[in-house]
Design a binder for this molecule. Sequence first.
Ligand SMILES: Cc1cc2nc3c(=O)[nH]c(=O)nc-3n(C[C@H](O)[C@H](O)[C@H](O)COP(=O)(O)OP(=O)(O)OC[C@H]3O[C@@H](n4cnc5c(N)ncnc54)[C@H](O)[C@@H]3O)c2cc1C
Length: 461
Amino acid sequence: MSRESMRVVVVGAGLAGLTAAIDLAAEGADVTVLEARDRVGGRMHGIRMSTGVVADGGAAYLGVRHTELLALIREYGLHLASTAMTGDSTFLIANQRTTTAGRVPPLDAVALGGLFDQLEDLVARVRPEAPWRSADAQRLDRLSAARWLAESVSHPDAHTFFPLFLGEMMAADPAAISALHMAFYLRSGGGIRYLNAFEGGAQQWRIDGGAHLLCQALAERVGDRLTLRRPVRAIEQDADQVVIHCDSPDADAPSQYRADRVVVAIPPLLAQGIQFRPGLRTPRATAATGRGCAVKVHLDYPAPVWREHGLSGWSVSTDGPLLSTVDDSPPDDSAGVLTAFVTGAAASEYSALSTAEQTDAALTHTRRLFPRLPAPTRCTVTDWLAETYSRGCYAALFGPGDWLRLGPTLTQPHGRIHWAGTETSLEFFGLMEGAIRSGRRAAAEVANAETPSSPRKVLTP
Ligand SMILES: Cc1cc2nc3c(=O)[nH]c(=O)nc-3n(C[C@H](O)[C@H](O)[C@H](O)COP(=O)(O)OP(=O)(O)OC[C@H]3O[C@@H](n4cnc5c(N)ncnc54)[C@H](O)[C@@H]3O)c2cc1C
């Protein structure tokens, strides 16, 4: 079906919105993309280090099952960099520093094994295509992950490890998400083993030069159909058309756009903040829906100096702020980049500190982790909790009650309004792969929607 006469506005130039825009343009639709920030990419964002190397301030890692992402990387001529994991791991558990080959922390192995058995069992019970229809969904959706742990496992070492695991996997405080969301997320991302693994798992590669390069390449293809600095505030529709109201940076720029269809490709907490007329029949987020809590700290070195000491740079700490670190140095070793993650409850506390306090806490922690290393040349903090147009990361956290309330209508169009964004994808929810799949799905929905009766023009103010 020809889409030549269809005018579509896409709200949000993250990976989901850009994918939807390109697919729709390929169908012949007349596409306009409205982006709130002065850059594209959303949660994919490059940060320049003092050495000139660009590190991932947002999303970084991908693996072999991220097939749509890998296809785009190939199509746009980008390259993969393997995540370096050679050398010993470092653990700071209850103030005791140890280094060891392998990635198993010095905690009771039987207790951790028992925890993973219970988790695997829970994950296997989720219906990934409709988590709200899983066996026992009512109870699991009401139960927080913290409560699930208390009811399922008693060993204190399992309780020590669990928040670290959920922090690393989901940037979640176990008290803030439902057991159903935890199980769904782990299932949707390919299972615990895949999500947790570097080699052969979801952390096998990064995009060389930064994940944001993919969004920049997509944005180039979208071209002048993309407009930055246009936060959308309200969307109204009647039987014939949709009018999109946004802020505009100056009086001459349009603040209203008219379209036949809209794709809203932004995180659910932000979609909930848009005024819809007529109003939504079901919300995009509830009072229980939380922000993913992650702050990334980049530690800059002239070279990957930890390798000279037989260390991989990978670490896990039970006390914050830097709950884990990873070697994200460029593949040619021209500089050293350690990425530290502050997640879950620790991220909320860390985010409340001043910049000087954040740097001080990060450097103190780094000295305890790696006492033989020189101090990093710079410490750069990227606080996603403070990002107005992300409201946290890696992804929104579905709290108790959310899946049963939000799940059944997650992708259901509201009249002429369609939904994209990684949080609308039941496959690889929360990940770059989920964002692409959601953009593709929304574009296909629009392309299959009824053809408008006449072309629409963009309104001037
Ligand atoms: C620190 C961090 C680490 C991560 N790690 C990984 C990882 O290793 N691997 C992985 O696969 N994923 C990871 N993720 C998740 C990944 O970044 C996201 O799944 C993906 O980028 C989401 O894309 P999206 O298009 O759905 O949403 P977004 O990237 O959030 O894009 C939404 C866009 O909409 C814009 N916007 C918001 N509100 C409005 C409005 N009202 N009007 C107009 N525009 C608006 C935003 O500015 C943004 O550009 C990570 C994320 C972060 C932040």
